[in-house]
Design a protein around this ligand. Sequence first.
Ligand code: ATP
Ligand code: MG
Length: 471
Amino acid sequence: MESYVPSLRSYLMNRLLTSLYLLWLVSTVVGYFATINYANQPYDMVLLQRAQAVADQLKLGSGHEKLEQVLELPDGSDPVMPDRIVYTVSDSEGRKLAGTASLSTPLSYRRSKIGAVFSNGERGGEKTRTVSLVYPDPAGVRVLQLHVSETTHQRQALIRGILANIVIPQLLLILLAVAAVWYGLKKGLLPLERFRSEVAARARGDLSRLDEARAPVEVRPLIDAVNDLLERLKQVMSAQQRFVADAAHQLRTPLAGLKTQVELALRESDPVRQQRILEYVLTSAKRSSHLIKQLLMLARNEPGGQGVEAFLPLDLEQIARECTMHWVPFALEKDIDLGFEEAHTSTDILGDADSLGEMLGNLIDNAIRYTPRGGQVTVSVKHDGSHVCLHVQDDGPGIPLEHHALVFERFYRVLGSGQSGSGLGLAIVAEVAKRHDAELRLESGNGEAGCRFVVRFPLAEKQLELSGPRS
Ligand SMILES: Nc1ncnc2c1ncn2[C@@H]1O[C@H](COP(=O)(O)OP(=O)(O)OP(=O)(O)O)[C@@H](O)[C@H]1O
Ligand SMILES: [Mg+2]
């Protein structure tokens, strides 16, 4: 799951700072132990030499040991040699035989074979380092142990010095790296900031493209996507502007006519002529109301109107049958034989019943309206593999081929039919088809008269398979 990133800069800074901090911690710990190891080596050598000097003076291992001898050893009072040295000679059981302190680290004879043994300890609240040596006498009767111990002031001072020389430059280096990263991020994110201010400073209706050439390569896909969106938005907005302008223009003409006719009727004193004018008024009012009805229908089915979430599984055949029945009285009025052919198989699709009713209504209305008296109109629903096809066929005059692509445009009408209309019916049909993912075709020719509108819908089960069940 993707986590939410509040700010790219703080996210990257946090990540880098954490890594740098961990790195610094590890290198400090490793450096500390390495320093102790290296600092001990030369001091241990010196301590061993001192222990050997003590052993020489006491003649340990010679058989003529001088254990009562008083030795002069550094007592820590010299500021150049601040460490105090003490020693103990003991027997193999650890009993003290001589010395300036009681250091008891009993050593087995066996362990002494590995040579000097160094150990850390504490005496009188001070840290100490002790070397232990074993001296068997020439007769092999006795074993003497010598422990020489010194305080660790000099060692500690050396370790502190080395550590300060490692840790402080490292800390400075990390601070420098942080500053460099912060500055780099600020610089790197500058193009995004520039795009932000460019977009913010735009005029309200400015949907021109953003200049992706000035963006870093990583940001270009984002700018491209925004440009695509702007392009689509521009198209939708200009289509809407055109539509509003067209609609206003289309409404103005009948309303202006209405106003003139009403004024005429008001001035007319002859009741017969007044009656005739009022009949014109009624016709104009009917046309205006039809235009408004069509406009509303179109707006409802446009992209951005109702979404596909209103779609339900429904039987296209049933909707087509009911709609055809509704139009029978109008067909009878014009002496048109309006027929319906069933599919005899499942015709379930996912859709919006109201919109589909409006689509069918417009297709049947056209077929009845533009087919001369005595003609024939057939509505049929057919199964076609993974699709359901809705056919509305008539044997009227048909639509000339050069108008085929244009009749689906808004307000486009083929002149000379002698019928009135707003030119929106087929535009509504096209929008409903698009909303339902259906393919819309106008077929004619093949030696037959009239025209056949075919709308090919995907079957509900196929759509559900593709998109998963809808909630
Ligand atoms: N079945 C048809 N037979 C012949 N011509 C048709 C047929 N259907 C549509 N047309 C032609 O296509 C044009 C556009 O039809 P459309 O339904 O979009 O508008 P309209 O019928 O003029 O107006 P509206 O349907 O909005 O009242 C019509 O003017 C008509 O000339
Ligand atoms: Mg029509």
